[in-house]
Design a protein around this ligand. Structure first.
Ligand SMILES: [Zn+2]
Length: 419
């Protein structure tokens, strides 16, 4: 199964809740959404009278991530949401804007299942597991909490960065990161957290997470998987991802680590000297999606491709359209080959424009932000994009593409020739 979806609530989504986001993703014909843990406000408080005896799973007023309890004069932190709250406990609650409480998280999980939108979560962008400072403690908390929340949402994976590790402190940084992740994964196992923990390949040399570093960590620590960010790999390898085989070789390198499911990010990227300068819409920059689409049509792997482009869902749909077109062409070509040996490829260079997705090229943000900011809608024109209509019946779940058997479903979005 090949899944496409945005890194966050779609920009064009009217509502800003996860519920709105999942519905919107489904309505756009996409089938994955990576929830962004952006704002993390931690509030310590004491339980109300009526909360004593309840578990965090049952409390409606807040999302209670931890119970702080004094046992034998020592403070312990209880992270299992099934633990009963006692009168003298302290409660650590998380105001993240993602969900009010556990009840809502579980409802979101049900929604995702019903609408076939695969959920996952990205930890806050700034991660520091290397310095062993106070910040490292907070980062480790965030990863654990993302694990609990994603588990409750029946999500498949928590995607995280690892931290800065410039060359001169690389050795120590690697040691610290490894120890911290090992500790987190011990907790992961004790708490029976089901989603995998994924390490995203980094786009800059000073950030820990070259493909080799990520794989080395995954080798050492059970339950962890690599997350391929194609734009980052492309940048660090000086624009190495060009042909379908380049993508194939990259995925081959991580195949034995991912337990049958590749989880990846795609976007455009500007790069220089082996470093990412900025993440861009897919149509800008020299990382093209077409060769990956070719590879996907050929191999039909089980893969999730999250658009982390500043155009979020627009580029997720753009990728889906390209992929479906490649698939259609393959099938058509095979038909032609059977009829006659004369293959005609005159329209091979046809280009898909954003206008085919209900937006003009002119709508691309002037200065693409380095990171998608899901809480702020992008500057879009007043009129509704053509692909969005509120009362539109939900599209049929896309048929499982099985190249090269039968003609694939027509792309759900009209593909226009670029004028
Ligand atoms: Zn990331």
């Amino acid at each position: 199964m090949i899944r496409f979806g945005p890194a966050g609530i779609p920009l064009s989504c009217k509502g800003r809740t996860l519920r709105d986001g999942i519905e919107d993703v489904h309505g756009l014909g996409l089938n994955a959404m990576e929830v962004q843990m952006v704002r993390v406000n931690v509030i310590d408080r004491f339980p109300d009278e009526e909360e004593v005896g309840l578990t965090p799973l049952e409390v409606e007023s807040d999302l209670i991530m931890e119970i702080v309890r004094v046992k034998n004069k020592k403070e312990v932190r209880l992270t299992r949401p099934t633990e009963k709250i006692k009168e003298d406990d302290g409660l650590i609650t998380l105001a993240s804007g993602l969900a009010q409480n556990f009840i809502e998280l579980r409802e979101l999980g049900e929604m995702g299942k019903e609408m076939d939108v695969q959920l996952s979560m990205h930890t806050p962008y700034y991660m520091d597991l290397a310095s062993n400072s106070e910040l490292t403690d907070r980062c480790m908390d965030n990863i654990r909490w993302a694990g609990i929340m994603t588990d409750q949402m029946h999500g498949c994976l928590v995607d995280t960065h690892l931290g800065l590790a410039p060359e001169k402190i690389k050795k120590q940084a690697k040691k610290n990161i490894t120890e911290n992740i090992t500790e987190i994964m011990g907790w992961w196992e004790d708490n029976k957290i089901r989603p995998k923990l994924g390490f995203e390949t980094s786009g800059r040399n000073e950030v820990f997470g070259s493909l080799e570093e990520v794989l080395e960590m995954c080798d050492k620590i059970k339950g962890t998987v690599p997350v391929i960010n194609f734009a980052h790999v492309h940048a660090r390898e000086n624009g190495a991802l060009r042909d379908p085989s380049d993508f194939g070789e990259l995925l081959d390198k991580v195949r034995e680590y991912v337990d049958g499911h590749f989880y990846t990010h795609f976007s455009g990227v500007e790069h220089e000297g082996g470093n990412e300068k900025r993440i861009t819409p897919i149509k800008k920059g020299d990382l093209k999606f077409e060769p990956l689409a070719d590879f996907l049509a050929e191999e039909n792997p089980n893969i999730t491709i999250i658009s982390s482009s500043p155009l979020l869902e627009h580029d997720a749909m753009y990728m889906k359209v390209i992929y479906e077109r490649v698939l259609t062409k393959r099938v058509a070509k095979e038909g032609k080959v059977k009829k006659s040996d004369k293959g005609r490829d005159e329209d091979d260079e046809e280009e898909i424009g954003y206008e085919g997705l209900g937006m003009d090229d002119g709508e691309e943000p002037e200065e693409p932000k380095a990171k998608p900011r899901p809480e702020k809608p992008a500057p879009v024109k007043n009129e509704k994009p053509a692909h969005k209509s509120e009362k539109k019946p939900a599209p049929k779940p896309p048929e499982k593409p099985k190249a090269p058997v039968k003609p694939p479903v027509k792309p759900s979005t009209p593909v226009k020739k670029k004028r």
